[in-house]
Structures are given as structure tokens and as C-alpha cells.
Design a protein around this ligand. Structure first.
Ligand code: SAH
Length: 350
């Protein structure tokens, strides 16, 4: 009974926008039961509906390069994976993706890739300018890893609206378990701060169930999100990749992922929260479950068919082989069946 009271008090405090202590977060995370999870999903949904209504935003994801100079232990496109078939799209190919995406209703394009030295800031800025010139009513989101503040400034000036850079874990020791020594937790956090200061709608995020992650790591993530208040948060279950050092670890827990989506929605009522491809890969119906847990964004793939299987961050990553238009029709139908609708809209942070 005492425990039930304590749990409810923490939920109430979270809903009231009070700042939760480490111990409060622990109560919420360790007290998870199926019943409570359902109740929190309901609360999160109400909050999302109050801010964004039944509208779900779509982002056209263009995975434009899988070259990467980094060697993150979890990632399938890490530099050390010699079996990865590397590709990069040309500017023309990227523009074709945008044209096609625009024609079927996308108003945000997300350029995501490995940290590929070919795409200098000048080259990227030129691409961003060209997209913004051709599609002035569209938003451009970049997700190209760590760069200098000055580079971020140039990309912002070129017209980029948003930037996704998951922090991966807010615990410095855990960060060191996921990354080789040449990658620095402090540097990643600095990048995030720069992006936000420069006026990007900024996305942080982390994998759920990455090797070495403990409840305390998740508490660090939630405390970080509460303090940093990003406009977007990307979370999905960790899924092993056969050619990575983490090949023998098991997948992250999808139920915990859904629970965290709900907590994050309640913590940050206005956040743009995607039901990620990793969630969908790990759970049949994961996209819909994500929406019902509080998410309000879906990021369908707009990359050309011929490269889709090559952007393998983890094993079995869902690629429908279908045309994006066909996938979009299915998305609309399945969201309609749970009471939500896809809108033709930039879907900015409110
Ligand atoms: N190079 C860019 C984009 C990274 S890929 C950057 O550094 O931001 C986008 C996200 O995929 C990563 O931030 C990571 O959280 C996620 N990811 C990578 N490998 C994964 C895996 N094995 N399982 C689940 N998610 C993974």
C-alpha cells in the first residue's frame, strides 16, 4: 500500500511538472507493472492529444551515406565493419528523394548518415540550401553526428531547422562502455548544447537495453532530459548487429521502451517523440504501440530502394521493399484504425 502511494505521488509530481529526484525516478522505473504501464500510456496519450491532437507527423528519412569514421560498439555501420557495403547518395539522388517525398505529402526531410568526411560542411550546406530553395515550406533535419560549433552555425544559416543527435547515454561511465576511447561523452554533450543554443530544434535520445545499461543509467537519461529539455527525443530498443562487438548481447526490452515513451511524454508534454524503426523492428505493431504510449512522429524511409538494405545499424532492420507511397498508405490506414491521422505538415515543436 505504501508502495502504491509512493508510486502515485511520483506520477502526480511528474504530471505537475515538478522536478523529480533520482529516488522518484527509481520508484517510477522499478515500480513498473503491466497495469501501471497501461495507466501511464493513457495519461501520456491524453497529454499528447491535448498538445498536438490526433495528428501524427511524418518525416521522410533519407539515409544518404553509410560511410562512418567512428567505431561505436553497437552500430552496424561502424568503421570496423569491413562487411558493410558502403554507399553515398549524390546530391541529385538526394533531391530526387525530396521531390518524390514532397509529392506524396512529406514536409520534413531528415538527412541522416554516418560521419562521412566526404560530406564537408560546405557540401552539406549546399545541399540544405538547395532543398530549402526547392521546398521553402519544408523543414530540413540533419542527423550527421558531431561537428564543430562553427559548422553547426553554418548549417543553421544554410537553412537547416532541426538536428538529431542522440546522447546515447547520460552516464559517462556507460558512455565509455558503448564507445571507443577516442569518442568523448563531454564532446557529445557539448555538441548538443551548441545545437540548442544555435536555435536548432534539437533531438537527444538513447537506446533502451544497450549493453551495460542499468536502472541508474536510465535515471541519468531522464534527469538529463528533464534538465536539457530537447524538442525531440528518439528512443528505441538496442538491437544487436552480427558484425559488431555487441553481436552476442540481447535486444532491449520493448515494453520498457514503451514505458519510457510514456514517461518522456509526461515529462516533456510538447516533445516531438517518434515511434522509431527499431521499436517497429523489435515489435510487430510497434509503431502503433508507440503512438498509443505517447509518441506523435513516424519517420518512414525515403531512401532509394537500392541502398536501403545497406544502411544496417542493427540486424533485421525493417525495410519494406515497397514504394514509400505504398508504405504511407498502409501507415495512414493503420493509424486511422487506432484513431490517429497523418498530416501534411512540417510538424514543428509547439
Ligand atoms: N551518425 C549519426 C547518426 C547515427 S544512427 C549520429 O552520430 O548521430 C542513429 C541512431 O541509431 C544512433 O544515434 C543510435 O542510437 C541508433 N543505433 C545505432 N546502432 C543501433 C543498434 N544496434 N540498435 C539500436 N539502435 C541503434
Amino acid at each position: 500500500m505504501e508502495e502504491e502511494k509512493r508510486f502515485r505521488a511520483c506520477v502526480e509530481a511528474l504530471k505537475q511538472g515538478e522536478s523529480l529526484s533520482r529516488e522518484d525516478w527509481r520508484v517510477l522505473l522499478e515500480g513498473r507493472t503491466d497495469e501501471r504501464q497501461e495507466i501511464l500510456a493513457g495519461e501520456a496519450s491524453l497529454i499528447r492529444d491535448r498538445v498536438y491532437g490526433k495528428r501524427v507527423f511524418i518525416r521522410g528519412l533519407i539515409e544518404f551515406t553509410n560511410f562512418c569514421k567512428n567505431n561505436c560498439y553497437y552500430c552496424g555501420i561502424r568503421r570496423g565493419n569491413q562487411k558493410a557495403e558502403r554507399y553515398r547518395l549524390t546530391e541529385e539522388e538526394i533531391m530526387q528523394c525530396c521531390h518524390y517525398g514532397f509529392s506524396i505529402g512529406f514536409r520534413t526531410f531528415v538527412l541522416q548518415g554516418g560521419e562521412d568526411a566526404y560530406f564537408t560542411t560546405e557540401r552539406l550546406a549546399a545541399i540544405v540550401r538547395r532543398i530549402k530553395q526547392s521546398f521553402p515550406e519544408c523543414a530540413v533535419t540533419l542527423s550527421v553526428g558531431e561537428r564543430e560549433r562553427e559548422d553547426y552555425r553554418i548549417l543553421k544559416e544554410a537553412g537547416a531547422d532541426r538536428y538529431l543527435l542522440r546522447h546515447e547515454t547520460a552516464n559517462p561511465v556507460h558512455y565509455g562502455c558503448l564507445h571507443p576511447p577516442e569518442l568523448s561523452f563531454a564532446r557529445r554533450m557539448n555538441c548538443l548544447r551548441s545545437l540548442k543554443e544555435l536555435g536548432f530544434q534539437t533531438g537527444a535520445g538513447f537506446m533502451v537495453g544497450s549493453p551495460g545499461q542499468t536502472v541508474d543509467c536510465l535515471i541519468d537519461d531522464l534527469l538529463f532530459l528533464a534538465e536539457f529539455r530537447p524538442q525531440m527525443v528518439g528512443i528505441g530498443p538496442f538491437i544487436p548487429h552480427r558484425e559488431s562487438p555487441f553481436c552476442d548481447y540481447s535486444r532491449g526490452d520493448v515494453k520498457l521502451t514503451l514505458y519510457l515513451l510514456s514517461l518522456i511524454r509526461i515529462l516533456l508534454p510538447h516533445v516531438l517523440l517518434p515511434a522509431t524503426t527499431a521499436l517497429r523492428t523489435a515489435l510487430l505493431g510497434g509503431r502503433e504501440a508507440g503512438i498509443l504510449a505517447g509518441a506523435n512522429v513516424v519517420m518512414p524511409n525515403l531512401s532509394p530502394d537500392k541502398v536501403r538494405e545497406k544502411y544496417q545499424l542493427y540486424d533485421h532492420k525493417l525495410t519494406t521493399g515497397k514504394e514509400a507511397a505504398e508504405g504511407l498508405r498502409e501507415l495512414k490506414e493503420s493509424l486511422a484504425s487506432i484513431g490517429y491521422f497523418v498530416v501534411v505538415d512540417r510538424g514543428d515543436y509547439l
